[in-house]
Design a protein around this ligand. Structure first.
Ligand SMILES: [Zn+2]
Ligand SMILES: [Zn+2]
Length: 328
């Protein structure tokens, strides 16, 4: 039986799981330093570099590589890490699972097992104590909410806290392919950042081409992807509409639908977490769901959990309401 069918929080099933602690041992100081570099570094880079390269430092090749790399890595994160590995919204052939795990690793958001553990913990405790990244953590007044938004967006990653993989992602930890890809996370992250430099250098035959390829299609593409996915954790629990009843404050925030590949239909997702489509209402763009549909037609995925009208129709709120109304 799927855990969500029982109303029990996902990833937190079974009596045995309840005795395991929420957290693993704290991450090492070295890992914390790396997190600071990857979270804060790109923003500083952008501020420093853009005035220097203005007018000459961005080529059509850089833009093309950045778009291609963005598409590969966001497909890996949304279709692979999130909908397949975390929520088991569908089953996929081994080759596709491996490809999605590699593509997700190129998004530079951690190994599959750690990402899944964090995200299942988020669903299990959404906007309550134990949620790794709730913007409502410090309270509901403006000051507390601003602090909470910063915490949900980036702050939680800078703390030395790791969700317990044995409790929240034992299936991922037991998967040999995903374990191997997890061990290769460092090299894959390096490939993600350096491959655009190599292509840029080879195509243009210049060091400048290598440098701008690295900067735009490597670092800045990664940073944009990060802030879009982190906005699902921060903005999509505060701003937007809540057409479906869920136990948390998740919202549907349309401006991020395209860039997030459909992940910003986050209220619908929390209302029906195992659904393969998050944009369930008419006109809601969900590129990740479209791609899953294509994979299904090709025979690469099966047992797709397309939205269940019974579950969703049982959950509409009488009036669309903002999160602040229920925040008090
Ligand atoms: Zn959420
Ligand atoms: Zn989710």
């Amino acid at each position: 039986m799927n855990p969500s069918d029982t109303g029990r929080p996902e990833g937190d099933a079974g009596a045995a799981a309840e005795v395991k602690p929420l957290l693993d041992a704290p991450q090492t100081p070295a890992a914390a330093v790396v997190m600071w570099i990857f979270v804060v570094g790109p923003v500083i880079c952008l501020i420093v570099v853009v005035p220097l390269v203005w007018g000459w430092g961005l080529s059509a090749l850089d833009v093309g590589m950045a778009v291609a790399a963005y598409l590969v890595s966001i497909v890996g994160l949304t279709v692979g890490y999130h909908r397949l590995f975390t929520h088991r919204s569908f089953k996929a052939k081994r080759g596709l699972r491996i490809a999605l795990a590699v593509a997700g690793s190129l998004g530079v958001e951690g190994s599959p097992v750690q990402w899944v553990a964090n995200h299942r913990r988020h669903h299990a405790f959404a906007d309550r104590e134990g949620d790794p990244h709730s913007p409502w953590r410090f309270g509901t007044d403006t000051r507390a909410l601003l602090k909470g938004l910063l915490h949900a967006h980036v702050g939680w990653m800078l703390k030395r806290e790791l969700s317990n993989r044995a409790r929240f992602a034992p299936d991922i930890a037991a998967d040999r392919d995903l374990r191997l890809i997890g061990r290769l996370f460092g090299p894959l992250a390096a490939v993600s950042l350096l491959a655009p430099a190599l292509v840029g250098g080879l195509v243009t035959g210049t060091w400048t081409g290598a440098l701008t390829g690295f900067f735009w299609a490597g670092v800045m593409r990664m940073a944009l992807l990060h802030h879009v996915t982190w906005s699902v954790n921060s903005v999509c629990h505060v701003a937007g509409r809540r057409p479906f009843a869920s136990r948390d404050k998740a919202t549907n925030f349309w401006p991020l639908a395209l860039l997030s590949f459909g992940e910003s239909w986050h209220n619908s997702h929390h209302a029906d977490p195992t659904g393969a489509r998050h944009g369930v209402l008419p006109g809601q763009l969900d590129p990740a769901a479209r791609l899953i549909r294509v994979f299904e037609k090709l025979g690469w995925v099966h047992d797709v959990r397309w939205p269940n009208p019974d579950r969703l129709s049982a959950r509409p709120l009488p009036e669309p309401s903002g999160p602040h109304e229920s925040a008090a």
